[in-house]
Ligand binder design. Structure first.
Ligand code: HEC
Length: 135
């Protein structure tokens, strides 16, 4: 029976080792998940109208709005007023925001040449969901 005590001790050590290895694998596994391609990482990010949204309009929209179509005028310095004083952008309401609906192709897509990259549409979406501030 003198051999049973060391054996028990060894088992105990092995259990600890197993726990440590399991913990390392768990960390590796979780870290691996974080950097998987295609995995969506949602960061708490406050969208800025002047830094995030206006550049989208200036790049993709102002060649026609207001040059070809008066409303909405998406020119920097004018656009915020133009889109938030009616139905183009309704804070916290994607359904009611006609401009957002047009980005989604509803009833037809803006810009007419083809929809914006999904990251741009996501920015506009987040901005509306954050209350569409003039920030
Ligand atoms: C090539 C010219 C062109 C570009 C670029 C363009 N639009 Fe338009 N847009 C139009 C025309 C023409 C209309 C009117 C016909 C229609 O409603 O489809 C219009 C209509 C709209 C309307 C509806 C206006 C209303 O009062 O019903 C919205 C909102 C709009 N565009 C937003 C955008 C946004 C946002 C962009 C950039 C992401 C953009 N447009 C880019 C030509 C353009």
């Amino acid at each position: 029976m003198s051999g049973s005590s060391p054996t028990l001790f060894n088992n105990h050590k092995d259990r600890n080792k197993f726990g440590l290895i399991a913990a390392i694998f768990l960390i590796l596994f979780m870290t691996g998940c974080y950097f998987d391609e295609g995995e969506e990482i949602i960061l708490p990010y406050t969208v800025s109208y002047s830094l995030d949204i206006q550049p989208i309009f200036s790049t993709n929209c102002t060649s026609c709005h207001p040059v070809l179509v008066a409303a909405p005028d998406l020119t920097e310095g004018i656009s915020y007023e133009a889109i938030t004083n009616g139905v183009y952008i309704v804070p916290n309401d994607l359904e009611a925001s006609l401009l957002y609906q047009r980005l989604q192709g509803n009833p037809s897509v803006m810009p007419p040449s083809g929809s914006l990259p999904s990251e741009d549409i996501e920015l506009v979406k987040s901005w509306i969901e954050q209350g569409a501030p003039d920030n």
